[in-house]
Design a protein. Structure first.
Length: 249
């Protein structure tokens, strides 16, 4: 009998608290904002050599969407920041109609290798403004910079591709990923892309070109490797080795 008494009272207290809590019913109150995480990695990918990269701290709102863009007020936390202000940019806007978004920080690629592995940080704190009110105990988020360097994959055969270098690797992917739009043989290129994968990830552990891949080797040479070494013939780079087959083609 005592158990039933407590259950009944807990239900009564629950509804009473709901009636007293204007946050549940009053949609005219200021919108709340909640971060999904407090640490974000700004990654410079191994596939591109860009000057800037961005990381996003996703968030959700407690409230209703509106038909205009709303700015989120953030401040830089000095104690969590060691990146020069000229090396980062902040984007903090929730677009019209959205209930989720991301606070983005764009960072400049570090000039020195010792700063490439999460050694540069930007710390932000969300503040209350006319539109939003932070709804978490710690409204702070830190963004760290990570530069990923490519390692020589097993499919990189030097007789075909020359000595491995980051410069050649990134240029290869730039050309390879443009094959989706190449004419006059788009269907053959797309079949090869489907087979090899967007990041050549299907060329896995064999460490050599064999089997079905051999059938696509002429197309890969024509579509990717010839333009690759054409580029480095016109723009020589000491890190890039031109293979013998290209010179004798």
């Amino acid at each position: 009998m005592k158990k039933k008494f407590y259950v009944i009272w807990s239900i009564i207290l629950f509804f009473a608290s709901c009636e007293k809590d204007p946050w549940v019913w009053d949609t005219s109150r200021k919108t709340g904002i909640v971060l999904d995480r407090n640490v974000v990695e700004i990654q410079f990918s191994e596939y591109t050599d860009t000057t800037w990269a961005a990381g996003g701290a996703s968030y959700s709102i407690l409230g209703v969407p509106v038909d205009y863009d709303r700015k989120i007020l953030v401040e830089v936390v000095d104690s969590l920041t060691n990146m020069p202000s000229t090396d980062y940019k902040i984007e903090a806007v929730l677009t019209a109609g959205a209930v989720r978004g991301a606070i983005r920080v764009w960072a400049r690629r570090p000039s020195y290798k010792e700063y490439e592995d999460m050694k540069l940080w930007v710390g932000l704190r969300i503040l209350e403004n006319d539109e939003f009110m932070p709804m978490m105990q710690s409204p702070e988020v830190t963004f760290g910079v990570k530069v990923v360097h490519p390692q020589q994959p097993k499919w990189w055969v030097e007789d075909l591709l020359g000595k491995f270098s980051e410069v050649a690797y990134r240029k290869l992917f730039e050309i390879y990923n443009e094959l989706w739009y190449k004419w006059p043989r788009p269907e053959e290129y797309r079949a090869m892309l489907d087979l090899f994968g967007y990041r050549l990830q299907m060329l896995t552990n064999e460490g050599k070109w064999s089997g079905i891949y051999l059938a696509y080797q002429p197309l890969f040479k024509q579509g990717v490797l010839v333009p690759l070494f054409d580029y480095f013939t016109e723009h020589p780079n000491p890190e890039v080795e031109i293979p013998e087959w290209y010179n004798n083609k």
